[in-house]
Write a protein of this length. Structure first.
Length: 358
């Protein structure tokens, strides 16, 4: 039985791997080779956000909205460790994508080399995401040349500097532990830079990786990021359904008392729809609500009665707003706000914000 398009969940491919492993090159090729798909991209490479995002925007795929930055389809997360900032960075972006689900065929998530895939995949079990999105697969990218030389990455020094610079990290596993956790969550392992390996080295790398992988996990060699998109997407593995059963070194950090709480387990979100509003009144009402409620993030679009769409973004007590583009001919101007927090009083918030309507 075919699932109606309106009920189908958006598939998301999570690509993880150390800094310099070739994740961005792989994704750029994947986007270029998928001209018929409307793809949203989430980039989370700490310290290289602008570079990675710009590379992906230059994918030269007219159907991919990554080439249209005004449409907001390249989402750059500011912290290197998604697992520690799920509620602050990743979930608000996913909620925005859910709102745009009718215009998205696939989501690509490029994580930092420091990101742990298990907590990220667990976030897809959060009800407001699970209803509309699923993890098509987790792909772990391994630098074949480095691995053949007995290293996890070509420049382990750069990774050490990356770890030192990322103040969001509250766990400090070894690089081997990080690799174990990335491999443990993988549905597919892509070995890059295969053109630098001779036949015996390829056999050696494949054998060493398979010894660390579940039998069901496939291994693929690629060069210059070139691959068949059909081999990487459309797998339909629903990884979030099995992720709880995967044990990781990160779990051990919890067990040993180095616990940090993943707040996506118990925080709320609400989407508030309003008509045309007075921006100043809206900002005042939001500021008061932020003082009174446990609101972590507000993000959305505002109809201020002008021909330009206004973007509003609040983190803590800071509220920013700016005009990003004109309302398009096919759009009906409206105000839509996504509010993330804990123990939110939906009725009180909606009533307060409605006072900004004209």
């Amino acid at each position: 039985m075919t699932t109606p398009a309106s009920l189908a969940r958006i598939p998301a491919t999570v690509v993880t791997g150390f800094l310099g492993s070739g994740k961005t090159t792989l994704l750029s090729h994947l986007i270029r080779q998928s001209p018929d798909k409307r793809i949203a991209v989430i980039v989370n490479e700490f310290g290289e956000l602008d570079v990675d995002a710009e590379l992906l925007r230059c994918c030269q795929n007219e159907q991919c909205e990554a080439g249209q930055p005004e449409q907001g389809s390249i989402y750059e997360l500011a912290n290197g460790c998604i697992c520690c900032t799920v509620e602050e960075e990743f979930l608000p972006v996913m909620l925005e994508l859910v709102q745009r689900r009718d215009s998205i065929d696939h989501i690509l998530i490029e994580t930092s080399g420091l990101a742990l895939p298990k907590p990220l995949v667990q976030a897809f079990n959060w009800p407001e995401i699970k209803r509309f999105c699923t993890v098509d697969s987790v792909i772990t990218v391994v630098d074949g040349a480095a691995f053949a030389a007995g290293k996890v990455a070509t420049s382990e020094e750069r990774i050490a500097a990356q770890r030192a610079a990322d103040t969001s990290l509250d766990h400090d596993p070894s690089l081997e532990e990080l690799l174990d956790d990335q491999l443990g969550a993988a549905d597919l392992v892509v070995i890059t830079k295969s053109d630098l390996l001779d036949a015996p080295q390829r056999q050696q790398v494949e054998a060493q990786l398979k010894a660390r992988l579940a039998d069901s996990v496939k291994v693929m060699f690629v060069s210059q990021g070139e691959c068949d998109p059909a081999a990487l997407t459309g797998l339909g593995l629903e990884t979030e359904a099995r992720i709880e059963a995967i044990h990781s070194h990160h779990d051990d950090h919890h067990a040993e008392g180095r616990d940090h709480h993943h707040a996506h387990d118990d925080f709320d979100n609400l989407v508030v729809h309003l008509k045309e509003v007075d921006p100043d009144t809206l900002s005042r009402q939001l500021a008061q609500l932020i003082r009174e409620q446990q609101i972590y993030r507000v993000k959305g679009f505002v109809d201020s009665g002008k021909p330009m769409r206004q973007v509003i973004h609040a983190v803590g007590a800071r509220i920013d707003h700016y005009f990003d583009r004109r309302w398009q001919a096919q759009e009906t101007p409206a105000t839509r706000l996504v509010i993330i927090g804990r123990a939110l009083d939906r009725g009180l918030i909606e009533d307060a914000l409605k006072r900004a309507e004209r």
